[in-house]
Design a protein around this ligand. Structure first.
Ligand code: KIV
Ligand code: NA
Length: 279
């Protein structure tokens, strides 16, 4: 998969699936599941590194996790079957000055197998930067709506709730397209706005909490698998992975402490009620 293949999928009316990954294990998982694109999102700051927001993760850490993810993809994909690998540019790796931003995005392409970067927002300086990155040969995925790197300005609230905000998001989508983004993530906006942008834009609109009308969907894999302690309301878990894992491990620990009872059915294989508490 290359960045332009996502636009081909849009033109062909084929849905696009993108999942996050953060290491070789999760990379192998999402590649084996068949995701079209794999995002090493800066959400790993929260889901994997335990930070309260995405702000603290560094470019070095993103590069490290992207290399590990790429090894996981390679381990479970045949040649020619690799999903598109994209790395988030972390907070302040691209906002300080344009030369440093090109160098940061360039490090992603030079030092990892990722073929594209993603960055947040569509402020005038961000649009100028995207144009320069794209003309330098660095494919860029945009990200508008809820943008977690601006949590202290916008919070985690849904965006696009009134006419002014809707119109701003429409204009941002058009501007990101004009700046040369090959696709954009649209996060936590009303479903009808997701559908409207999907229609208005030639570039693929990949939604999360943006309704079913987008060209594709992205999810944080740790949320989908129920591994995180709390999932956003717009991204419910598909299974209670955390509770299942804890129950399996508790069963193993119990079998070590009371080997005589190990002949009883292993607790690890018992189904866990979806309502089971996390801890
Ligand atoms: O960091 C991330 O996981 C993301 C997705 C939610 C799109 O940016
Ligand atoms: Na992100």
């Amino acid at each position: 998969m290359r960045p332009a293949d996502l636009a081909s999928r849009k033109q062909a009316g084929l849905p696009i699936t993108m999942l996050t990954a953060w290491d070789a294990l999760s990379g192998a998982l999402v590649a084996e599941a068949g995701a079209d694109a794999v995002l090493v999102g800066d959400s790993l700051a929260m889901t994997v590194l335990g930070h309260a927001t995405t702000l603290p993760v560094t470019l070095e850490e993103m590069l490290h996790h992207t290399r590990a993810t790429a090894r996981g993809l390679a381990s479970s994909c045949g040649p020619g079957q690799m999903p598109l690998l994209i790395c988030d540019l972390p907070f302040l790796s691209y906002q300080c000055n344009p030369d440093d931003a090109v160098a940061a995005a360039g490090r992603v392409l030079k030092e990892t197998p990722a073929a594209a970067v993603k960055l947040e927002g569509a402020e005038p300086e961000t649009l100028t930067l995207i144009d320069r990155l794209v003309r330098s040969g660095i494919p860029v995925m945009g990200h508008i709506g809820l943008i977690p790197q601006s949590v202290h300005r916008l919070g985690y609230r849904r965006q696009g709730n009134d006419e002014v905000s809707r119109e701003r998001l429409r204009r941002q989508g058009l501007a990101l397209q004009a700046a040369g983004c090959f696709a954009l993530v649209l996060e936590h906006v009303p479903a009808d706005l997701g559908a409207l942008l999907q229609q208005e834009l030639d570039l693929p609109v990949i939604g999360i909490g943006a309704g079913e009308g987008c060209d594709g969907q992205v999810r944080v894999t740790a949320d989908l698998l129920g591994l995180t302690s709390r999932q956003p309301p717009f991204s419910p878990p598909l299974l209670q992975g955390r509770a299942l894992g804890v129950a399996a491990l508790q069963g193993w620990i119990a079998s070590q402490r009371h080997p005589a009872q190990a002949t009883a059915p292993a607790p690890a294989t018992k189904p866990v009620a979806p309502s089971a508490p996390h801890c």
